[in-house]
Design a binder for this molecule. Structure first.
Ligand code: HEC
Length: 101
């Protein structure tokens, strides 16, 4: 019984160790490149558009907000991504820019 309780306590910690644990960031990167996400962002900030994610006052502060923002921008683009694909893109942006735990 003690072991089960210990496992129940530890499992959520393990799950929290990696944000978007089931999503493949490499696949997300391909999706984001193909969808030309950066085009719109670089029109506003110049360069490759990644300043959108790294600007000091960037809006996204949590993993949940990141996923929500990917969804919002994705809807504007009308790429027709599935929710799993949105998670892959969020995982890619998190790995390379946001680094939420
Ligand atoms: C139609 C133009 C447009 C396209 C296309 C677009 N975005 Fe955006 N995106 C914006 C704008 C504008 C903002 C800034 C919103 C703000 O500051 O209020 C933004 C902000 C973001 C942010 C949050 C940045 C922050 O402040 O932390 C993320 C993440 C993001 N976009 C992801 C994506 C992804 C992924 C795609 C491709 C599916 C995409 N965007 C395509 C216009 C666009």
């Amino acid at each position: 019984m003690r072991i089960i309780i210990a496992a129940l306590l530890v499992l959520p910690l393990l799950a929290a160790a990696e944000t978007f644990p089931k999503a493949d960031p490499a696949a997300g990167r391909k999706l984001a490149d193909a969808a030309k996400c950066a085009k719109c962002h670089s029109a506003r900030f110049g360069g490759d558009g990644s300043a959108m994610y790294t600007r000091p006052d960037h809006r996204v502060k949590t993993a949940g907000q990141l996923l929500a923002q990917v969804r919002m921008c994705n809807t504007q683009l009308n790429t027709g991504w599935f929710p799993e694909e949105e998670e892959q893109v969020a995982a890619y942006l998190n790995r390379d820019y946001y680094k939420f735990k």
